[in-house]
Design a protein around this ligand. Sequence first.
Ligand code: NI
Length: 248
Amino acid sequence: MIDTHSHINFEEYKNNFEDFLLRINKADVEKVIIPGVDNKTFQEISDLANQYDMLYFATGTHPSEAKTYKKEDMLPFLKNKKNVAIGEIGLDYYWETETKELQKEIFNSQLEIAQEYQLPVIIHDREAHQDSYEILKDYKLKDVVYHCFSGTKEFAKKCLDKGYYIAIGGIVTFKNAKDLKETAQFAPLDRILLETDAPYLAPVPFRGKLNSPEYLIYIAQEIANLRNIDVEEVKNQTTLNAKRVFNF
Ligand code: NI
């Protein structure tokens, strides 16, 4: 499996990092993509990716860090062969720590870069489905991944119609996640990606604890249960999907 979104550069994982990677590998996760959050993270995540074969990274400024954004900070990292995407970028109207106007401005700027470099984008969309969709539709992007998908079934249909990918995380294992369970059931399997979004949103039975790529199997298993298919099929197809999107 490939964990397409995991912040394992965070402080929580720094102790015995190499043992941690071995455990991830034993849990059947062959690759992990570490998304960028702001310009302070780019050097660190590219260093990790260059040091360890199984790690890759994405360059991008999260909407909550919009004030720190400078286009020229990103550019040196885009030619690194372990940079596989622009992300995480998007809109966050839940916290709205930055104005919608500024969030949209840096979102557009980063989408222009993704279009120019023909890199896939990893989208953070929190309570901003309509606006993120409206902005994205004007670009010719290699691929669009809705990270930690949180829309309704209807919104998932709109995204799938556009050819976007739906990345599913630990929330799908939560009892009350009716919408996401529905999406995990009906979306074509060749358009679903797996992610943990560690350290956040650990799947059941670890809900509320520190998350880890080691728990990716619990997400794959829940999707398999919902679709009434073998977990191996979910593992194989989502791995192929990630390889296609991120050019592995
Ligand atoms: Ni994230």
